[in-house]
Design a binder for this molecule. Sequence first.
Ligand code: FAD
Length: 279
Amino acid sequence: MSVLVLVEPDDELSLQAITLGSSLGDVHALSCAGPYAPSAWASAIAGRADGRDAIIGPGSDRGNEVLAHVAAQLDLPFAANVTAVRGDEVTRQRWGGTLLEHARFHGPLKLLTAAPHAFAASDGPFEVEVLRPDPAGAVQVVEHIAPDTGGKVSLADATVVVSGGRGVGSSEGFAILEELAALLEGAVGCSRVVTSAGWRPHTDQVGQTGTKVSPDLYIACGISGATQHIAGCKGAKKLLAINADPEATIFSHADYAVIGDLHEIVPAITAELRKARGS
Ligand SMILES: Cc1cc2nc3c(=O)[nH]c(=O)nc-3n(C[C@H](O)[C@H](O)[C@H](O)COP(=O)(O)OP(=O)(O)OC[C@H]3O[C@@H](n4cnc5c(N)ncnc54)[C@H](O)[C@@H]3O)c2cc1C
């Protein structure tokens, strides 16, 4: 099987796409140089489709957008966020990963993206052919403005996320989460209830309609564990849940559980950390 894989520089999700591609057949990796112009990139990739059995993209916003354009240009079906491929059948994540769908490809060429963190990152060396799509006449990104994080680590990149839900009680209640996050050089996240209440900005929201995070440690404080929230944090390597309700759903996703009032437990963790560090 001959497989084209779209990769981007320094992109973990691209390495995961390579792993999926390698499990299917011989991989030919491609990247696109120049300004990001999804339809122009797609034209360049579609131009290499002859004789291929599959084209795979990373499960990033860009990967999904470019592959969707490839599918439209070639008039073929596209399966995003795929977790497994068996012959013509794929399993893919729907609804932010809360549902798995089994589907069958009809047609000569499979177009798909690898679901984020469903595959290990490839560590094998591979050559990348660099395409230079002509962006003339195509919609292209002319400027990228990073959100102002005030010098703090961003939610998406943080190795520790201290996240708060309705149980925090108020915007002022987040001070103890801020303190713990700062001590761990992490970022503060929150649930949608919190952003809806105006306690935190939407940029802090974790979940299906917020940011998807994959830190080493996710500390969920006063968060019940709704599927839409879990969709955003299930990429975390370890989850510590702090909740007053022993029956809270979040505990079924947790590696570590503390049952109790977060207003007592979070400062106690901070104090222990300071003591251990002698600060
Ligand atoms: C289409 C759609 C998209 C959505 N997208 C998102 C999304 O992206 N992100 C998201 O988060 N939600 C999302 N939601 C909302 C989601 O369904 C839940 O309503 C939300 O996640 C609940 O937030 P919460 O856990 O903070 O609040 P609650 O469900 O009210 O839970 C609060 C928790 O705090 C605990 N608690 C209370 N006081 C304390 C205390 N003192 N100490 C310790 N624990 C305490 C309670 O026991 C409870 O478990 C979406 C919903 C829909 C329909």
